[in-house]
Write a protein that binds this ligand. Structure first.
Ligand code: FSO
Ligand code: SF4
Length: 540
């Protein structure tokens, strides 16, 4: 196997025997083949659209399939094999419908599951021998994976845009057929542009359906009822679980990236929606053991399941773990059936308390804009000298303590804007406030990074600036998986420069591709805490 799609790629190079994430070589191979064949389907879908006979569902189908291959989403080989078969079937049906033939192997290859690994070995990431072309192909595909997650979340809530699907299909096809460096750079930058559209669509879907996040205090302790823990990013699953558990005597807790569900008005009415349990995704093995009740993984960020909670873990949507019970998709017009979790919870002890206290969040764009006068005044008076965007992901690397140290070391006149699970490195610190504005403003999930861009654009307007880089905002972003890549490309599209990216730069950037990003956007690796804080406060 060879995989280097996430920040934890072994030795900063790539995982070659087993993933640091726990992915086995067969799973990695199945994912490689899945992506390869999906590119073949994209080529056929493009041709069908050219002929005026588009496959109407192909965009959503491609998005779901890409989402499955995001880091820590799905480790279930049987489901990956079924997905590969579905891709081949859809591709061949479409080919037949439009009478299309091609010399491209990805458009023609077909085989049985026992041939999948052998095929993957010759079509995986390293099959592209030119390291710059390979780097750009992968950067594009990882951006598309992130975009796929966003469009899938929006689609679940009934919000779709054909222009996004069309771009995803076209870009995926280009990642197979295009090898000109300049053209590929163009595709990557375009991916950022569509990334902004995808993030805006998801923001619209979430806020139209559940209201605008508002300032919320979230409890970190536990009560004495049995509980269900819900993790991942899917708010529709959150809604249906809350409805189905109401009145059952079971409490519902969020884990990791589901924490921001508490900020939505629509979920505040549930008295049994009691708090957040634990920290970021990578600490789940200990936390799931002590939670004592069933756990629902709605999207990515599953780590290898331990015996201590194996019989209590459930997956749904694109998430999967071999042997874990999978809650089936909702039937047309209906809801998912979470009764297996509810029945299981009734037999479980209440959660063991990990901590006490509260955290405050809910500073997505509408809430921050409601405070805009106060914020602008604080900037003008010098009470706030700098905003530091520290959004993104958390992960296992020891080096990520850098972000805790930066949060501590920033002077009192600095406000941190965050989104994503990166916040768990500093959201339990007492950072205080500036004239009533908390020094840590959490907009929500990584899926809500759009809010951070939106706030920056609104501040640019309010201060009458021409260039987003003239704002008193620095970017010190932590990345882990592919959703962070689409956020990064979206920020580049918005013209944001001087981003610090850590804890390490992506292994999939070849030296030449890294050079392009550095020369055009001044992207830089993180450095020493004191030096970075000093530089950011000095707008460098
Ligand atoms: Fe974190 Fe995981 Fe949200 Fe990522 S939970 S690491 S960018 O998948 O999704 O922020
Ligand atoms: Fe390694 Fe990350 Fe790929 Fe997992 S997803 S195999 S940790 S590079």
């Amino acid at each position: 196997m060879f995989c280097f799609q996430c920040e934890e790629a072994s030795k900063g190079f790539g995982c070659t025997t087993k993933g640091v994430c726990g992915k086995h070589s067969r799973t990695a191979h199945l994912q490689d083949l899945l992506v390869y064949l999906l590119k073949g389907l994209a080529v056929v879908a493009e041709e069908a659209a050219r002929q005026g006979k588009p496959d109407p569902g192909v965009g959503r189908f491609v998005a779901e399939a890409l989402f499955v291959t995001i880091t820590n989403a799905n480790f279930d080989d049987a489901r990956l094999e079924a997905r590969i078969q579905a891709i081949i079937a859809r591709r061949d049906a479409l080919k037949a419908a439009i009478g299309y033939s091609s010399d491209l192997d990805a458009v023609n290859w077909t085989g049985a599951p026992d041939q999948y690994e052998a095929k993957a070995l010759v079509v995986g990431v390293l099959s592209q021998v030119n390291e710059d072309v390979r780097s750009l192909h992968e950067l594009l595909v990882y951006g598309l994976k992130g975009m796929a997650a966003y469009t899938d979340h929006a689609a679940v809530l009934g919000f779709e845009k054909s222009e996004l699907y069309d771009f995803m299909v076209a870009a995926l096809a280009a990642s197979l057929t295009e090898s000109d460096i300049q053209s590929l750079i163009g595709w990557v930058l375009k991916c950022g542009e569509f990334g902004v559209t995808a993030m805006a669509l998801l923001d619209e879907a979430n806020t139209t359906t559940y209201g605008h996040p508002e300032i919320t205090t979230v409890n970190l302790g536990v009560r004495h009822n049995p509980g269900i823990l819900i993790s991942g990013h899917d708010l529709k699953d959150m809604e249906e679980l809350l409805k189905q558990t109401e009145g059952t005597g079971i409490d519902v807790y969020t884990h990791s990236e589901m924490l921001p569900a508490h900020y939505y008005p629509a979920f505040k009415k549930y008295a049994h929606f009691v708090g957040n349990y634990g920290g970021a995704w990578w600490e789940q093995d200990k936390e799931f053991a002590s939670f004592n009740g069933p756990i629902l993984m709605t999207t990515n960020c599953i780590t290898p399941v331990k015996d201590s909670y194996r019989d209590r873990i459930f997956t749904t949507g694109q998430a999967g773990w071999p042997g874990a019970r999978h809650i089936a998709d909702r039937p047309e017009g209906g809801a998912k059936d979470f009764s297996p979790l509810i029945e299981r919870a009734k037999t479980c002890a209440p959660p063991t308390e990990l901590e006490q206290g509260e955290i405050v969040g809910g500073f997505a764009h509408a809430q921050v804009m409601a405070l805009a006068d106060k914020v602008i005044e604080a900037v003008k008076s010098g009470a706030i000298k700098r905003f530091v965007v520290m959004g993104g992901c958390d992960g296992r690397h020891k080096q990520r303590s850098y972000y805790t140290d930066v949060a501590r070391a920033l002077p009192r006149e600095a406000v941190i804007l965050t989104a994503g699970c990166a916040k768990y490195r500093y959201n339990k610190l007492d950072l205080g406030d500036i004239g009533g504005i908390p020094r840590l403003l959490d907009a929500g999930q990584c899926n809500d990074s759009y809010s951070l861009a939106y706030i920056a654009l609104k501040l640019k307007e309010a201060f009458g600036l021409d260039d987003i880089n003239e704002l008193p905002i620095s970017y010190d972003i932590a990345w882990y998986e592919q959703k962070a890549i689409i956020v990064l490309l979206a920020l580049l599209h918005l013209g944001v420069k001087h981003i610090r990216l850590g804890p390490t730069l992506p292994a999939f950037l070849s030296p030449n591709v890294a050079k392009v990003l550095i020369e055009n956007f001044d992207i830089k690796p993180i450095g020493e805490v004191e030096e970075d804080v000093r530089a950011m406060m000095a707008a460098a």
